[in-house]
Design a binder for this molecule. Sequence first.
Ligand code: FE
Length: 338
Amino acid sequence: MPSIRPCLFLTAAICTLPALAQENVLNLYSARHYQTDEALYANFTRNTGIKINRIEGKEDELLERIKNEGANSPADVFITVDAARLAQADALGIFAPVKSRILEDRIPNNLRSPGWFAFSTRARVIIYNKDSINPSDVQKYEDLAGTKLKGKVCVRSGAHPYNLSLGSALIQHLGAQKTEEWANGLVANFARTPKGGDTDQIRAVAAGECGVSISNTYYIARLLRSAKPEDKKVMEKIGVVWPNQSTFGTHINISGGGMLKSAPHKEAAVKFLEYLSSDEAQAYFANGNNEWPVVKTAKVNNPALESLGTFKPDSLNIGILSKNTAQAQKIFDRAGWR
Ligand code: FE
């Protein structure tokens, strides 16, 4: 058996993957970029003897590659973050339906489709500056568009999938008309032109550059776990609100994946997906990247996540988010949320 080096970047010209079905390997195309995932994969190899060849890249690059490779693609499993992106991949017809009792038993109904499965969840929450904002004014996503917050909101680009998925959920719950009004109000409240990622928004809120923002929970947990004094200072300034607890619940998103139709190692692919739903793998998601397990019995040992407490998540079927993404993008464009 030839020894294959893991392919870490698409740009590495020397990186090749074997398409030999008889080999005890799994070819994983991953758009998740979390260092802590290394341990998750190493553990799978330890448990099963199946070696993982990993190709990491941007979502679009990987999808393009899968499309170009067609039936000859060596890819067995594709994993990514964000429900709308997963559904977009699904719409390209790249996933094979996976029938697995283990996956059906362990992953809740609203967090899977025939072609893909969610393995972890993250919530999109409101963060605020404790010195300048009264938390009772920011209990709902809708509040961010209210006139009370004029000049106080900063947020990353409206073109980012995290915000598009939030917009999709709002369209589902409030309707397109109200979501458009919301986007207009939000943009009218901007303290600055959208820039940076969620962590940049947290820092801007802490610095008082703005009063309130939206962030995925794992960015908050990451800062909470940081030993750096400057990060500790940031988090002292920040309050976190679980939005919409009295209505539809806090918007959640997922990371997940599925087996490709053309997978040369289908057995290994199903084993890997089942492994991702094991208590062990679920704990890696929770403790490594500060996401919540989708499997209820999985144990979390993550003080930062625990300190965030419990909340009512939006119970919307995650697959529905993608249905509204294009409309959300149009609404955000019209509102000028670039
Ligand atoms: Fe992220």
